[in-house]
Design a protein around this ligand. Sequence first.
Ligand code: ATP
Length: 892
Amino acid sequence: MKFHEMEIKQVERALETDFSSGLSAEEVKKRVKQFGLNELEEGEKQSALLLFFSQFKDFMVLVLLAATLISGLLGEYIDAIAIIAIVIINGFLGFFQERRAEKSLQALKELSAPQVSVLRDGKWMKIPSKEIVVGDILKFTSGDRIGADVRLIESKSLEIEESALTGESVPVSKITEKLTNENPGIGDMENTAFMGTMVTRGNGVGVVIAIGMKTAMGQIAGLLQTAESQETPLQRRLEQLGKILITVALLLTFLVVAVGVIQGHDIYTMFLAGVSLAVAAIPEGLPAIVTVALSLGVQKMIKQKAIVRKLPAVETLGCASVICSDKTGTMTQNKMTVTHLWSGGQTWTVDGGGYQPKGDFYRNEKKVHPKDEKALQQMLIFGMLCNHSEINLKGEDYILDGDPTEGALLVSAMKAGFNRPKLLEEFTIMNEFPFDSSRKMMSIHVKDKQGRHFIITKGAPDVILGISESILWDGRTQYLNKETNQKVQSAIDNLASQALRTIAIAFKPIPANTYIFSEKEAESKLTFIGVQGMIDPPRPEVKLAVKECKEAGIKTVMITGDHAITAKAIAAQLGILTSKSKVLDGKQLSEMSVEDLENVVEDVSVFARVSPEHKLKIVKALQNRGHIVAMTGDGVNDAPAIKAADIGVAMGITGTDVAKEASALVLLDDNFATIKAAIKEGRNIYENIRKFVRYLLASNVGEILVMLFAMLLGLPLPLVPIQILWVNLVTDGLPAMALGLDRPEENVMKRGPRSPNEGVFSRGLGWKVVSRGFLIGLVTLFAFMIVYHNDPSQLQYAQTVAFATLVMAQLIHVFDCRSEKSVLSRNPFGNQYLVWAVISSLLMVLVVIYYPPLQPIFHTLPIAAKDWLLIIGLSSIPTFLLAGSFLLRKTK
Ligand code: ATP
């Protein structure tokens, strides 16, 4: 059907829908059943089976399997079967970890999937865009992505950028009339909006004519760009490191084998030992565990209301040194209430809180009736007309649907007894120039009952004053001279200094039956009526969050479209503005180059009256000063700055789809404190990754060294291959994962941000790995030598003791890894996952030592109680040594 050629009434009939109430829930269910969900088919997903088999494609695992085959051919069936069993268990562990990571990333994708406003059963509601059906009525506004193909039924200055489909980046103006040209191309379908395109201006309503693969986007879905890489810098660095470690491990392994063979060991055993050691020592799986840790961290962040859209951001968060945050709604509650009104030298106050339309007006502390005050009345009526919000009574509560600034203007007028539907009987809105944060105002063209036409404009008072030529004073319109201008200016400043957000109302009569095309034409030569001042209390948690950031070496910068004096007052309340810090406003910013800004930016804590374009300049200047910048935003124009920032942060509630898509982090509650929480979590995830890298690598170093030392000393093999495999592929994994889930150390937000160039082994980690690995290797060797020299005929028993010592030394060492300082600096058993992981790893080792059927497979013998004393004594030496040296340093 060619909906673009139909009148909208025809479309309504053809799609069996109702433009005034939308589809019913029942009808929607039916349509979903019949036509499916509004989804684009994705490429083939990796099946579970494939994922499982991919666990075995590691080069070293393949070598191990080949070696196993050889031992099978040589008749060593038990070894061969045992190795295969271990490889399979390891495969399962890897499989479940990866599945979990994949699932949580998928869940994340769904959480950040776009929502749309749809009319159903007579009510506007938000739904995920995949639930859209044909016949649904959708509403969209600047910054939204269109959720399906729609035939437009309402367009208010609607402009849509369709480059995703047409490659043309200049937005197209949209209309609602039927088209007459035959077979128009997508670019010419002016009355249709397409899935995936973006509203850049105005707002509109449309009825869905196609979903999913039937949309224009669906037909070219194959051309859609593929997702960008989600690899984090650390993962890349670990991969590079992995390559170096493989070489080192292979060389050392080769050395062990060579020395072993020279010392007269049997070639086959040495070969298998070499392969096992190589499999064990090469940290090939490390990047995979890192992914798991990152994705688990991401899940934790969701609980704190922060959604990470780009995995690398988890790491960058820990490096953030400046947070540039919007004020309204992020630092403040965005619950606005008009408390003061000013016009022509008079000030009125209003009482009553929240959105409840109950309150009285006072002038000079005397109650007045607003209908007796002409200027006041006009300001209230115009504020109510030039407005998009609605206040609805739900139960006992008055709920705002729309922009809080406009909600406050509605409520102030309602308190005076005005009502918007009634006003709309007297005034007809002919045209609208929507609000945008660069102009900082919005205007409507109205006609009253007498046929008189006006422009009504509301917006930032300083801006409106700049485009006004006259002012309403004592009921008369006067020319705006220097003196009155000054008076208005100081009235605005006076309201702003009380931390009030100010909105001015102005108007101008225009000749009847004129059509004003441009905002510029509408928003000039106005008559200034007055200003409404509204409170927007700070969010209570922000002050503490700002303080915590400061302690963590992170500077908070307020960036706002609001008046400098209002911004300053609130910044001071929140502890952002100090005696030394400065305030810069949009005008000053415009006059500065990035280089100029760079010279002063360190001292600026508040940027006021900024336009979204300025944000990019601020990000650049801060980055040039070496900062890692988190920048928040919500509108379409914020997207470039969000993209340019190291951590782009979008608002989950008020943010547009475009801002969210550009961002790395979405705040579900729009709250500044959530950024701090995410940074804390980001720092913690990175520290946790360091913890298990330290644990796993130290363990590997220990294993290689014990073998190497033994070979150099001409001793028999202290560990048999299967034991090495068991330790590395089975018992190490769980504690490492548990370290990945560890809670942050107390000082995590008491030290400065990490340098983004920091290497994996920085801050002493390399030394810790080598020294602890060395000690673990040494005590294992001692345990082996003591028992072996006691009775050289009992080699298998000595090997079992060495095996137990190695595992015990690692499992004790794992508690050390919880802290950068020492095991003593925090409760070693504070991480319950770790306690359980260690217990289960211990059990797995005890089973292979004491369970008779497994003893021949693992070449073990039951260890006598007295030898456990030796094992535990030796294996705790490394931790004692470290704790001792920590205490020594502390007492010094
Ligand atoms: P922040 O950038 O911290 O979120 P903000 O909400 O004040 O601050 P903008 O939304 O860009 O930033 O608003 C800038 C100014 O425009 C406001 O200070 C106000 O004076 C004016 N303004 C805000 N909303 C509207 C609106 N709906 N209609 C007209 N003017 C508005």
